[in-house]
Design a protein around this ligand. Structure first.
Ligand SMILES: C[S@@+](CC[C@H](N)C(=O)[O-])C[C@H]1O[C@@H](n2cnc3c(N)ncnc32)[C@H](O)[C@@H]1O
Ligand code: SF4
Length: 378
């Protein structure tokens, strides 16, 4: 298996121009005025990790491009002060089309950013408006071209399917528009309706059969365009997979800075307070911003390895302990046609990729060890 980085650094920037109707991330509109205070808190928190040498950087959100150019300069300067002499193998910056301009792109270039993750969701302007977005498809194309021209960045584009009012033709047209630009990477997400979002409150329910059609047809187009499906929601040209995300999927360590950010070091995992001011208050008072901590052990730890490993389309080698700890679950998934084996490698089938959340639920407590399903017993 290819060598990959073992420690990643994630920095969460929680500001957004508007809250999209489907979004459940720690992302707040109308709060940019406290950006300087937030950056100071990030630097204080980063001080806890002095001496560590992360190999990848991911600045995500929220919308990092909501920071002004001087604030962005300060963000990268503080990362440099806290992790001196670190040269990241990959440095990703997440942005929205309405808030990234040439001046900010120059800051990214000077800071050594290598990769831009640009959120489009759909190239249909009417649909963009109806899901709460503030940009048009043309804004996206302009920023995409500038990212190439000004900063020479590799680009990943986020797209969604299953949005209310989205048609199969519309979904594929968006994908074709994006593929025409030849991005190195595409992330394609099926709409998840979360309770706390506007869609959750309105009981929006994606049409499962239509989602299935959108996903299947998209897989074929992405493959035809030379983008390899390497993780449930991610597609890349050869050698352009996200190194940072691979750390999460391959059970590596990561440091998360900022509100809601998660960290995982030496078997312990914790996430910071979601709320912006709760996070800042804690850091400023010299308290830990962590809201919850856990150390996964035994079957829980093995279960996590299973569903993380299954996220990779090429599959993974579970090993004897994980095979035995979840023998009924593996049998049930095989009987349902959701996993398949090649030698020691286990992977999701095409059906399993679409129903991945059902497959993963087998490895999350409370575990159901009874082989009561007729198909599994057969
Ligand atoms: C951290 S988020 C947002 C990044 C950036 N602010 C943007 O909106 O483009 C990364 C991606 O997750 C996806 N996403 C967010 N909420 C989702 C949901 N409820 N269901 C499916 N995908 C979602 C969107 O494609 C989004 O671009
Ligand atoms: S999808 Fe992006 S822009 Fe929209 S609210 Fe979430 S983080 Fe902010």
């Amino acid at each position: 298996m290819q060598d990959f980085p073992r420690l990643g650094l994630y920095v969460h920037i929680p500001f957004c121009s508007i809250k999209c109707y489907y979004c459940d991330f720690a992302a707040f509109s109308g709060q940019n005025a406290i950006a300087r205070r937030y950056l100071r808190a990030l630097e204080t928190e980063a001080g806890l990790y002095k001496g560590r040498r992360p190999e990848t950087l991911y600045v995500g959100g929220g919308t990092p491009s909501e920071l002004s150019a001087p604030e962005l300069r300060e963000l990268f300067a503080l990362i440099g002060r806290c992790f001196p002499d670190v040269r990241f193998q990959e440095s990703t910056f997440e942005a929205n089309p309405e808030s990234l301009d040439e001046e900010k792109l120059s800051v990214l270039r000077e800071a050594g950013v290598t990769r831009l993750s640009l959120g489009l969701q759909t190239a249909d302007d009417a649909l963009l408006k109806s899901i709460g977005r503030r940009h048009t498809a043309e804004d996206f194309r302009r920023v995409y071209r500038a990212a190439r021209a000004v900063a020479g960045l590799a680009v990943s584009v986020d797209l969604m399917y299953g949005l209310p009012g989205q048609t199969l033709e519309g979904c594929l047209k968006s994908l074709d528009d994006v593929l025409a630009l030849s991005p190195e990477h595409v992330s394609l997400y099926g709409l998840q309706v979360e309770d706390r979002t506007l869609y959750g409150k309105r009981d929006v329910e994606p049409d499962e059969a239509l989602c299935r059609e959108m996903f299947e047809a998209s897989l074929d187009r992405l493959r035809a365009a030379g983008l390899r499906h390497y993780e449930i929601s991610n597609f890349a040209r050869p050698g352009r997979e996200s190194l940072h995300n691979r750390i999460y999927w391959q059970d590596g360590d990561y440091i998360g800075l900022g509100c809601s950010a998660a960290s995982y070091l030496a078997g312990e995992r914790w996430s910071n307070a979601d709320r912006l001011t709760v996070y800042c208050d804690a850091v400023e008072a010299g308290r830990s911003p962590a809201a919850q901590r856990e150390r996964l052990q035994g079957r829980e730890k093995l279960g996590e390895r299973a569903f993380l490993g299954l996220r990779l389309v090429e599959g993974f080698v579970p090993g004897r302990e994980l095979e035995e700890a979840f023998a009924p679950q593996w049998a049930r998934l095989a009987a349902r046609g959701l996993v398949e084996r090649r030698g020691a490698v286990v992977k999701l089938t095409r059906e399993g990729v679409f129903l991945a959340n059902q497959a993963f639920s087998e490895f999350v407590p409370p575990f159901d060890d009874a082989i009561q399903h007729a198909e599994a017993a057969a």
